[in-house]
Ligand binder design. Structure first.
Ligand code: NAP
Ligand code: 3JM
Length: 340
């Protein structure tokens, strides 16, 4: 279908934090869209959203919504994907799914285009987009793994409220405003107050004491890097930031990797921007990453507690590279390689 000038693209969950960014990214990257179909729940029917400078109506998501659609970008939660992705695939679309619904299914590619683009070729209609925290971590770690073989990863995250959707962002805003005005903070979207606080709890707790968000990082990292022997342990924390996840990452490698060598490797790595000049107070921060597509890496230093350990600080916009941009990059690969 390479001769097609534009594709019919469905955005499922178009009114959400990720869906709205998806529309922005499709426009900014000049993705070849002939028709855009904005889909959401009945709550949004009648609303309009801007796409390439024009207001487009939101339609109700139904099984029949995918007629004539080539690419369907899903970000409306796992249960919506489980229910409607099969309908999209049946209608002939390729589904790029942003939820955790299909990520760990054998045979379904889990893709970060800078890391394992070739996995897309084996798709059978569904391509899964990893979790935001996993994406930025593997973008930075893959080139180091290629050079020195990572044996263990220890990661702690500092995750923005946008990762929990529009309601969580609204809650951070309102609680901050209310507390500064001497009013009580109402807690609805998250488990505890997020304004002026950090919450070490993202997604639900599992029997092993980890949260599901933490186990996503463990399992998805191994699948994307294609190496089940890598040991991963994670602590995922919600912080009172609107956009951008930061991660303190320690790796242990098979070959010794010096900080200088890691810096040099990362300077040439696709999708990575090194910001690492502590003497000038230069290191990545969420406020630098917001609105951008690169994964920023800094604080690169040898781990004084381990002869083959290395510490890094990795920051990216969770809604862009962590969700919308990564999904659109997958769609771009499909177009470039004539797969759709
Ligand atoms: P959000 O701001 O809460 O938006 C949720 C979207 O889903 C809205 O468009 C909503 O439509 C739609 N929706 C909910 N229930 C629906 C239903 N039954 N039928 C049709 N549409 C429905 O959340 P978000 O932050 O955009 O995230 C959406 C999903 O994307 C998450 O649940 C998650 O699975 C995934 N996600 C992935 C990543 C990643 O790391 N790759 C990051 C963030 C989110 P209405 O406006 O009509 O309610
Ligand atoms: C990020 O199914 C749901 O309720 C969505 C939960 C969710 C997920 C998920 O598991 O798909 C919220 C925010 C993610 C994600 O990317 O894994």
């Amino acid at each position: 279908m390479s001769e097609i000038k534009g594709l019919t693209v469905a955005v499922v969950g178009a009114t959400g934090a990720v869906g709205q960014e998806m529309l922005k990214v499709l426009g900014q990257r000049d993705f070849p869209v002939a028709e855009i179909r904005l889909l959401a729940s009945e709550r949004s029917v009648g609303k309009t959203l801007p796409f390439r400078g024009r207001e487009k109506s939101v339609r109700l998501l139904e099984e029949t919504s995918f007629e004539g659609v080539q690419i369907a970008l899903f970000s409306a939660g796992g249960s919506v994907s489980r229910q409607f992705v099969p309908a999209a695939v049946k209608a002939g679309a390729i589904a790029v799914d942003n939820t955790s619904a299909f990520r760990m299914e054998p045979g379904i590619p889990l893709v970060v285009p800078e890391v394992n683009p070739d996995a897309i070729r084996g798709h059978k209609g569904i391509i899964a987009n990893p979790n935001c925290s996993t994406i930025q971590m593997v973008v930075a770690l893959k080139p180091l793994h290629d050079r020195a073989r990572i044996r263990r990863i220890v990661v702690s995250t500092y995750q923005a409220t946008s990762g929990a959707g529009q309601k969580a962002m609204d809650e951070l805003f309102k609680q901050t405003k209310d507390l500064l005005s001497g009013e009580d903070a109402e807690v609805k979207a998250l488990q505890h107050r997020i304004a002026f606080n950090c919450i070490p709890h993202i997604d639900v707790f599992q029997e092993n004491g980890y949260t599901r968000e933490e186990m996503k990082m463990v399992e998805e990292t191994r699948k994307i890097l294609g190496d089940d022997s890598i040991a991963v342990t994670a602590t995922a924390v919600r912080v009172p930031v609107f956009y951008g996840h930061a991660e303190a990452v320690t790796i242990e490698t098979e070959e010794k990797l010096t900080a200088d060598e890691a810096r040099r490797i990362l300077q040439d790595a696709p999708g990575v921007r090194v910001k690492d000049d502590p003497s000038a107070n230069v290191y990545p921060m969420q406020m630098d990453a917001a609105g951008q597509d690169d994964t920023l890496v800094g604080r690169i230093r040898e781990d004084i507690s381990h002869p083959k350990g290395l510490n890094l600080w990795i920051v990216a916009d969770n809604i862009r590279k962590g969700a919308a941009t990564n999904a659109v990059q997958i769609a771009e690969y499909l177009v470039r390689e004539n797969i759709c």
